[in-house]
Ligand binder design. Sequence first.
Ligand code: SAM
Length: 225
Amino acid sequence: MDLSPRLQGIADQVPAGARFADVGTDHGYLPVWLLLQGRIQHAIASDLRAGPLQRARETAAQYGTAAQMDFRLCDGLAGIAPDEVDTIAIAGMGGETIAMILAAAPWTRQCRLLLQPMTAGEDLRQWLGENGYRINSERIACEGKRYYTILNVTGGAMPAQTPAELWVGRQSSDVLRAPWLDYMLAKVNRQLEGHRAAAVPDETAIRGLEEVAEGIRTMRKELDS
Ligand SMILES: C[S@@+](CC[C@H](N)C(=O)[O-])C[C@H]1O[C@@H](n2cnc3c(N)ncnc32)[C@H](O)[C@@H]1O
């Protein structure tokens, strides 16, 4: 089984021997791949909906890993006990949903979290900083024309984040950092254009986004120099 670059970016950050849960597992590729590699010995695969969880069961049956997995039908971490896991992936969901899942399970501050927001990464980074979580690093993945970031998070105090850092994470030497910054700058610029074209432009939002865009351009220049 080959993982997509996005899922591989998450899998690479799961420590050997981790007590692992994949929340919102859907197809179940991530835990099944980790079990096939022998990186972990057991995994919990959970999902809010029965259909996706059934897909995970089918993947596990196909690859012979079902005996090493528990399948839990639950909202977020509601069906997972704190002493069952030390590493949790929550991927392929909006940043607000990820924050809501963590808010309902504050014990996750004692775990390693691998978070991959599809949208609203800026809201998730802000929420993490305000709620006792620390982003230790981010890894960028590219699939076709889309870029993704995977936040490696533990409990702890997070240094203050600038508006641009809320959108693109802290500056790093990731090989995909430059195209990631270009990708996110284009996204911010599209939002700015939308605001400017509005019948009644929201000047506060425009000023905020201009500050974000300027911060991203500065980070991009730093990389070039
Ligand atoms: C787009 S899929 C992502 C699948 C996989 N994690 C990935 O990254 O490829 C999102 C999955 O999250 C599940 N989901 C959404 N909200 C959830 C919640 N509050 N708790 C658990 N699962 C949830 C959905 O049912 C769906 O199967």
